[in-house]
Design a protein around this ligand. Structure first.
Ligand SMILES: Nc1ncnc2c1ncn2[C@@H]1O[C@H](COP(=O)(O)OP(=O)(O)OP(=O)(O)O)[C@@H](O)[C@H]1O
Ligand SMILES: [Mg+2]
Length: 238
């Protein structure tokens, strides 16, 4: 028997009322892999992450964590099972301090650890430790994204879901968070990364799936990075 994928979607349909937003989506994320999910606006990327988190019901098919179906589990229980979401738009509280924002992530922790519970965020992003008593609203866009990722990491998830983390960031800040993804993978956390920066994602991820109109249309590997745009344009033209 091959090892169960860390996260697996098997023929998943997700609906809003009578409208099917994601259709027959099948994908695997192996342990300590980064898998990319790219596609145009409205493709169903955020919908997919919300269904994995138990925030939307799965109409058909199955989502499995370490081989175990997640069906009918509450969002809280899925978070406690070790999946954390960094939502689109960061959703940090600007009038809370950095430390207060990070502490919100502790609610999903499965057990206590020795030492500072915020260490997973501070080790990856030292600036958050330096600024721990500042109001989050005064941080730069890049620092706020570090805070959103740090808040997810303090629950020590096995799987991190990221929804367009580089959106609206300056080029240097984008470099910083892409470097962080590599470090997070090296620390053993599995990543499903939704991005608009297609070429960078293809270069970074073990595999990158292209979702269009709720359906998985093609899969690219790191070797395709140089030609990402050409490959996708040629495919969509056919
Ligand atoms: N709450 C909702 N109710 C009804 N339809 C929705 C809802 N949220 C999203 N949709 C629809 O589902 C489809 C997929 O939306 P989704 O937000 O998952 O796309 P996305 O790939 O994340 O796009 P973006 O790049 O703009 O974030 C779209 O057609 C969208 O209009
Ligand atoms: Mg989205």
């Amino acid at each position: 028997m091959p090892e169960a994928a860390a996260l697996e979607l098997d023929g998943v349909d997700i609906r809003y009322g009578s409208v099917t937003a994601v259709r027959e989506l099948t994908l695997r994320v192996g342990r300590s892999e980064i898998v990319g999910l790219i596609g145009p606006n409205g493709a169903g990327k955020s919908t997919t992450l919300h269904a994995i988190m138990g925030l939307l019901p799965v109409h058909q098919g199955e989502i499995r964590l370490n081989g175990q179906p997640l069906r009918r589990r509450s969002a809280e229980s899925i978070a406690r099972a070790g999946i954390a979401l960094v939502p689109e738009g960061r959703r940090i509280f600007g009038d809370f301090t950095v430390e207060e924002n990070l502490r919100l992530g502790l609610a999903a922790r499965r057990r206590a650890y020795m030492g500072d519970p915020l260490a997973p965020a501070f080790e990856l992003f030292p600036i958050l430790q330096e600024f721990r008593r500042r109001q989050a609203g005064v941080l730069s866009g890049g620092q706020q994204q570090q805070l959103a990722i740090g808040r997810a990491l303090v629950s020590r998830p096995d799987i991190l879901l990221l929804d367009e983390p580089s959106l609206g960031l300056a080029p240097l800040a984008v470099d910083g968070i892409f470097k962080a993804f590599t470090e997070i993978r090296e620390l053993g956390t599995t990543i499903l990364l939704i991005e608009q920066r297609a070429q960078r994602t293809v270069a970074l991820a073990n595999r990158t799936h292209v979702l269009v109109g709720g359906e998985l249309r093609m899969t690219l590997g790191p070797g395709d990075a140089e030609n990402t745009q050409k490959i996708i344009a040629a495919y969509l033209a056919t």
